[in-house]
Ligand binder design. Structure first.
Ligand SMILES: Nc1ncnc2c1ncn2[C@@H]1O[C@H](COP(=O)(O)OP(=O)(O)OP(=O)(O)O)[C@@H](O)[C@H]1O
Length: 326
């Protein structure tokens, strides 16, 4: 049984689109990242899974419980940790009191251990807390009853870089214990560090569902090399090369001595994204006297943007197609 299942899950707010026909599973023990731009429908999905609002159509289960079955969902939620996007607290109450109250309701087997990692000033009223301290308190509350499944809406927002790292390390350790995670994020680097799979949502629809590895393999490599001398205009125009830029070009033309100045080591640097196999690239590189070469993974941001561009292009084509039909 998957930890989370959605089947054509749809939620509208009157005429406003929230999410449309979302179908995906989150398997037990996996860390699933839910990505998308502002207004895409991430919070709508999470709030529907938590049973705070009913689906307009379609269905969803959380730990086997139908999200529209109040009793079954209440039972299941005792094994779920929830971190909302903007945790709301009684502002006059101290963090300590809130933890005591929450512990009495939901259970507390881990707050001491969690407070070693996430340490808001417990004796101050929550109304005096910084954004980061509020987030840390919410993290402790989400995990203190040792849930099997965590549903979190942008869990690292408001945390400083050091605490973000602490949080991601904690998620990795929890994953080793078999805990399942479903969390939304805008931050691709963190998704890359901890997630097994990602879903990308755009305008309420799921537009991608894949492993992080597969997303990265489709993104290709960033190649940057510096070669001795100048380069022909068509150099490195081989299949699989995209976004080629050439800089510091050493002129081989007569009369233009600025970059060569008689220096045999005058060089040209070329950078590009490469999505082909290694051998043809290496064969091509052998023709040059290489001074420097780096081949790195393309940033996940590039994949994301390219993916979105492709979607946008398709949308334009669809609209154009429809216009022609009329
Ligand atoms: N309670 C509501 N009433 C009316 N419309 C809503 C409500 N909640 C969300 N929406 C709309 O549903 C759409 C999806 O919003 P949602 O908050 O789920 O996006 P999101 O992906 O979480 O965005 P963000 O990254 O900005 O938090 C938006 O158009 C939003 O305006």
């Amino acid at each position: 049984m998957p930890a989370i299942n959605t089947d054509d899950l749809t939620k509208s707010y009157g005429d406003v689109r929230g999410i449309e026909d979302l179908s995906f599973d989150v398997e037990e023990g996996e860390v699933f990242g839910f990505l998308g731009p502002n207004g895409a429908g991430k919070t709508t999905t999470i709030r529907t899974l938590m049973g705070f609002q009913s689906p307009t159509s379609g269905s969803a289960t959380v730990l086997g419980a139908d999200v529209t079955d109040v009793d079954a969902l209440r039972e299941a939620r005792s094994r779920v940790g929830y971190l909302p996007s903007e945790p709301g607290f009684d502002e006059r109450v101290t963090g300590r009191r809130l933890l005591e109250y929450h512990g009495a309701l939901r259970g507390d087997s881990r707050s001491d251990e969690l407070l070693e990692l996430f340490d808001p000033p417990l004796d101050r009223p929550v109304g005096d807390y910084s954004r980061g301290n509020r987030q840390m308190l919410a993290i402790v509350m989400a995990f203190m009853h040792d849930p099997d499944l965590l549903i979190m809406d942008e869990p690292t927002s408001g945390l400083d870089p050091l605490k973000q790292e602490t949080f991601l390390e904690f998620v990795r350790a929890e994953r080793e214990r078999g805990t399942t995670f479903f969390f939304s994020s805008h931050v691709l680097s963190e998704v890359r560090k901890v997630c097994d799979r990602v879903g990308i949502i755009r305008e309420g629809r799921l537009v991608e569902l894949s492993t992080v590895e597969s997303l990265l393999s489709r993104s290709g490599k960033r190649v940057r090399t510096t070669v001795t001398g100048g380069l022909e205009d068509g150099a490195f125009e081989i299949p699989g090369v995209h976004d080629r830029t050439i800089s510091g070009r050493a002129s081989t033309r007569e009369g233009s001595r600025e970059s060569t100045r008689g220096d045999e080591r005058a060089s040209t640097t070329v950078s590009f994204t490469y999505t082909g196999a290694y051998d043809p690239l290496l064969d091509h590189l052998r023709q040059f006297d290489l001074q420097d070469l780096s081949i790195e993974e393309a940033p996940l941001e590039d994949v994301f943007m390219r993916f979105y561009d492709a979607e946008a292009d398709e949308a334009v084509e669809r609209v154009e197609g429809e216009t022609e039909d009329v």
